[in-house]
Design a protein around this ligand. Structure first.
Ligand code: GDD
Ligand code: MN
Length: 379
């Protein structure tokens, strides 16, 4: 059985000497606020370092402001936000307002044990860039009454983030990092709930440490994690994948479109040959028709960030950029057919396919860097 006392005993042996800012996003947490302040106060007394506590409240109007005032501590503040609401945005604003060199983020519902903060700060001191209060490393746990659905949900969300970070619990809302590293972060896009994952990916943190925690059930009130927030996660993942794997993601989509182009190309070739046109013309016809289908599909998917741009100049650019690839394709195919594969069965198809592969590499490079240039950077 897990107890708070056990966490507190562990604390007795830890000495830290860095001040830290604890940022707590809140929405209608008035019932939990006095308990949070109390837990952090006890931690301050044990540690003898300066901890500031900032509640980042999205205009709850439930007496939260009064509850903080009633406590009457100069190291506790509440900042009321009225614009750009949302959990991640609130956390980012809080990190900006923080005064100390170490930043901690945690829920207000007492599901995250503040007693683990010293260990997290120590881990930052010993080479970690980002430290998670983690449910999924040995020693970590959650209260028993997590239903199957919540467990499965969390497991799937975590699995989908696996290519982005090897951390076991990147979904955690309990984490620590240095203010200096946060200040350097660029392109932060505070969408949804997964602010830790956003920071790990956008700051490029490689050394991510995890301190096991016991994740308790929320003390009072209800979770604000709605289904809508969960769906936003998929959108968030797509952005993070593009951020992380940029060119590779584009190239992968380009390859898939290219594969469809191969089918179109060979299909048209077959039809034109069947109609009795000469091979020289049929090869060219296959290339041209697939060029148009590739253009339309790439505009829709691969380079969707440039979809707003005018289509005609883009198509001319696509033709221009593909001209070299097209010429390479046609030249290779025709040379192979007339010089090498003269009497080979299906020689015309082998020639056409080889031409396609050779043309493709040229096409990708030309389009990526010339035609579908970025107007703005997608985050
Ligand atoms: N300022 C602000 N604005 N705070 C918010 C908002 C908002 O729109 N929505 C939620 N919060 C606050 C809550 O008041 C709470 O203190 C904290 O953010 C986390 O919200 P919960 O409602 O407690 O979320 P949860 O417990 O279901 O989800 C937690 O665990 C997840 C992993 O299982 C959070 O820590 C998530 O970040 C985490 O992914
Ligand atoms: Mn919570």
């Amino acid at each position: 059985m897990h107890t708070e006392n056990k966490d507190r005993e562990d604390l007795a042996h830890i000495v830290i000497n860095t001040n830290a800012s604890i940022i707590v996003p809140t929405y209608k947490e008035v019932q939990n606020i006095p308990f949070m302040i109390d837990r952090i106060q006890r931690l301050r007394e044990t540690l003898k370092v300066d901890l500031e506590l900032i509640f980042m409240d999205d205009d709850s109007r439930d007496g939260s402001v009064e509850a903080v005032a009633r406590a009457g501590f100069d190291w506790v503040r509440i900042i009321v936000r009225t614009e750009n609401r949302g959990l991640s945005a609130a956390v980012i604003d809080g990190f900006r307002a923080a005064r100390h060199p170490i930043l901690i983020c945690m829920d207000c519902d007492l599901s995250h044990p503040p007693e683990k903060i010293p260990q997290m700060i120590l881990a930052l001191g010993s080479g970690q860039q980002f430290v998670i209060g983690s449910r999924y490393v040995p020693g970590g746990s959650t209260d028993d009454d997590w239903g199957l659905f919540r467990w499965l949900n969390s497991a799937v969300a975590t699995l989908l983030a696996r290519p982005l970070t090897s951390a076991r619990d990147p979904m955690s809302g309990f984490f620590a990092l240095r203010k200096a590293d946060f200040d350097r972060a660029q392109d932060l896009n505070p969408v949804g709930y997964k602010i830790a994952l956003e920071l790990i990916v956008k700051c490029g943190f490689e050394n991510v440490g995890e301190v096991p925690i016991h994740f308790a059930n929320r003390a009072h009130g209800e979770s604000k994690l709605t289904l809508r927030e969960q769906l936003k996660y998929i959108q968030h993942l797509r952005r993070l994948y593009i951020h992380q794997f940029g060119n590779a993601m584009h190239f992968l989509q380009f390859m898939v479109v290219g594969a469809s182009g191969v089918v179109v190309n060979l299909g048209v070739l077959t039809i034109l040959l069947w109609l009795g046109l000469p091979e020289t013309v049929s090869l060219a016809g296959g290339i041209l028709v697939s060029l148009v289908s590739n253009f339309l599909l790439n505009r829709r998917f691969t380079f969707s960030y440039a979809r707003e741009n005018a289509i005609l100049p883009q198509f001319l650019g696509f033709l221009g950029a593909s001209a070299v690839g097209m010429a390479v394709n046609y030249a290779v195919a025709l040379t192979l057919r007339t010089q090498v594969l003269v009497d080979v069965p299906y020689g015309i198809y082998i020639a056409a396919l080889t031409g396609i592969v050779c043309g493709m590499v040229f096409n990708f490079l030309g389009n990526r860097y010339l035609v579908f240039r970025k107007r703005y950077v997608e985050k």
